[in-house]
Design a binder for this molecule. Sequence first.
Ligand code: FNR
Length: 367
Amino acid sequence: DAGEVLLSPEDYETAARARLDRAVYDFIAGGSGDEVTLRGERAAYDRYRLRPRTLVDVSHCDPGTTLLGSPVSFPVGVAPMAYHRLVDAEGETATVRAAGAVGALTVTSTFASRTIEETARAASGPLWLQLYVLRERKVTESLVRRAEAAGYRALVITVDAPRMARRERDLRNGFSLPPHIRPVNLDDGQSGGLHGSRAGSSTLAEHAARHHDAAFTWQDLAWLRSLTSLPLVLKGVLTGQDARQAAELGVEGLIVSTHGGRQLDGAIAALDALPEVVAAVPETCEVLVDGGIRRGTDVLKALALGARGVLVGRPVLWGLAVDGAAGAERVLATLRAELTDAMALTGRPALDAIAPDLLHLSPAATA
Ligand code: FNR
């Protein structure tokens, strides 16, 4: 629309919804089961309120930092999400340009619709590769080698999806990939069976059931550790126990996550699991969090509870759906501007001044 002014992630979602096929919108927006955890991710942020300090010199607020040693202009990255070409003809290469333009990290998915190498060529900021461990270990190993060769800086192993949870929106819609979209980084042996819609089933769930290695354990993680010198990050850890075990195996980073409410429905909100995870690992292990982060103040809350940084998922795809790379860039740039505003208005001009004393927990508070 001429004159359509889009500001918040919600504005972008509304505009994206009007442009996308219903089944694609539902695939992105939805969660598993009753979507209790999906809603809980947002609710967790709204329970915290901020305790600003006044009369602090906030004429310079700097949200710049590093994530596993890579400089970023603010502690935010794009979460790994499958098939960006569902919403934009260009897909992941557009997303990674957007992130580079604002100095954000990008994590690309195993199920990207652009190749590892194409995405790397389009990147100007740091890139990490997300891996699902597949039954065919040689495929995982070849993805690791390609990531190393293409200059990716870390590997993110998603550990909350030994199988795909039941996502009823996808089952109802008979969700499957349109013919022109494929998981281009996988071999022919792994990339079939994703097309052809049937009501009552999701080809993505069936694919995960066939190819994700549900027998992958801590012992096997040692195999992955020995395979590469790239930093390893586990995504989907929600307890101090798992965090401690990961750190003992030499994992450099953790992403506290419920997969955006798309896996175990009823799981604790990632924000609520964050303090326990942070307390369980040495400071050298960097802890990120994702799920439900929509505003600069949400980033501030996560940092106050000990996160080194955060990832943002759906809002980036809404931006991409509305206006390609420019839309994704605006969504990320807005988040960065809001974070800087929030630092100024809370009297925390530097990231190292952000601590738990910034927060007030009001369990009864609603949005
Ligand atoms: C995801 N997510 C995800 N995670 C992952 O490790 N590998 C993947 O391939 C995908 N794919 C994917 C597709 C779509 C459409 C969505 C919405 C999400 C989960 C993602 O990385 C992240 O954990 C959540 O999206 C974060 O929550 P928000 O910011 O979307 O609320």
